[in-house]
Design a protein around this ligand. Structure first.
Ligand code: 13P
Ligand code: SF4
Length: 400
């Protein structure tokens, strides 16, 4: 057994998340200096960018973007705020954005408006001549932070010692490139919320057990969809020897779930769905599969951000939608579907604090740099990690 026990820590983004819930008015666009005063984390940038008004930044970004023309592609995840996503050439969920990154070969620069693991994935999938940038390097993901690569390697060594190649590692896209590389080296695969079921089926065709990282909820919800019983799924606690289990317990498990979660999606509760159904008896409830299994069971449907957008956008006029996902996306859905009633299940507005760190001031700074021939905030995965992670990502793209 090789487990080295590290001290449990709550990722800083998790602590911040709980302190971050704001009223809708507080969420309105602020200068970066105002956001800093309000406690939003930031990285250094030239002071002149701090004070520019939203209108000045808008005009400056539009001008810089136009000057770069086809040399640049801006990718934007659906959780980005309106002031940023409006500049995205391509927007999507994690899966769609990874497909874009793998196929967009023309642009010299890819500016990723999303979080760190997404930019890393874009770097792995893009061609070596392309350069990927993340406008704010502190835009991480508290769930990805819950799976430290050293802890995952210890877990993998333990499981491999016990069960050999019969265990297949699957990592959710929301993890570091190092963990994707571990999956690539060990017959494993990457998944997103779009293709989790397909990748689990693939894994069970290639082995007998699955180690799923790092979101226990997506893993459990996917297992349940495939008919795996709760008594066949275990949670691996990285701070306990053998994840807190005996060898016998582990040998009986079909799915071993890493002890990780999303601090945004675990805010949604069954009581909120009950309240929505009391207020609107004909409400449609759609949630992201990072929610608790009880919430997914109480909802009418669940799926990725792209799935949620499609479900609401294609619904008949007059329909009512309660949505269990990040607030920037829910607010945009409500604005873009004025013929429907669309609201967030959680009445206390709660954005993904790390997605929110991409403020237009950083985007403006990155684009100005490119126009001056300076690449800032480049995300570059080392060659070996890149090659191994690519194997696991290519398997996902093929399975999907
Ligand atoms: P999607 O792949 O559904 O866009 O989800 C990404 C994410 O981080 C959800 O919290
Ligand atoms: Fe990570 Fe959750 Fe934010 Fe998605 S919503 S990027 S899983 S913290």
């Amino acid at each position: 057994m090789v487990t080295t026990l590290r001290k449990p820590t709550i990722p800083i983004t998790e602590i911040e998340q709980s302190a971050f819930c704001q009223t809708e008015d507080e969420l309105k666009s602020k200068t970066l200096a105002e956001e800093f005063d309000a406690g939003v984390r930031w990285q250094k940038l030239p002071t002149e960018y701090l004070k520019r008004t939203p209108e000045e930044l808008d005009a400056r970004i539009a001008e810089a973007r136009a000057r770069l023309g086809p040399r640049l592609v801006i990718l934007g995840h659906h959780y980005q705020r309106n002031e940023v996503i409006r500049f995205a050439d391509l927007r999507g969920d994690s899966f769609k954005l990874s497909q874009y990154a793998a196929s967009q070969r023309d642009a010299e620069y890819i500016v990723f408006c999303g979080v760190h693991f997404m930019a890393e994935t874009a770097d792995v999938l893009s061609s070596p001549s392309q350069q990927v940038m993340l406008p704010n390097l502190t835009a991480g993901c508290s769930m990805a932070d819950m799976a430290h690569v050293d802890d995952v390697m210890d877990c993998w060594d333990d499981l491999h010692d016990l069960f050999g190649d019969t265990v297949i590692p699957i990592t959710y896209m929301n993890s570091t490139a190092g963990i994707k590389a571990l999956c690539g080296r060990n017959n494993g695969i990457v998944c997103t919320s779009t293709n989790a079921t397909a990748t689990f089926k693939w894994a069970f065709e290639h082995g007998e057990q699955v180690l799923f990282l790092p979101d226990q909820h997506l893993g459990r919800n996917t297992g349940l969809k495939l008919g795996v019983g709760l008594d066949e799924m275990l949670v691996w606690n990285p701070f306990k020897p053998l994840g807190g289990h005996t060898k016998e317990d582990l040998s009986r498990a079909k799915i071993i779930l890493w002890q990780g979660h999303c601090s945004v999606h675990t805010r949604f509760k069954v009581s909120q769905i009950e309240e929505a159904r009391r207020r609107y008896p004909d409400v449609n409830v759609v949630v992201h599969p990072e929610c608790f299994m009880e919430v997914v069971a109480a909802a009418d449907m669940d799926g990725s951000t792209e799935y949620i957008i499609k479900a609401v956008s294609e619904a008949p006029p007059g329909s009512v939608w309660a949505v269990g996902t990040e607030i920037s996306l829910v607010q945009r859905l409500a604005q873009e579907n004025p013929d429907k009633t669309v609201f967030c299940l959680d009445s206390v507005v709660c954005p993904c604090s790390t997605m929110y760190r991409i403020h237009p001031a950083y985007l403006s700074w990155v684009l100005d740099g490119l126009n001056e021939g300076v690449v800032v905030n480049r995300i570059e995965v080392d060659e070996q990690t890149r090659a191994d992670a690519r194997v696991a990502l290519d398997r996902m793209l093929a399975v999907s």
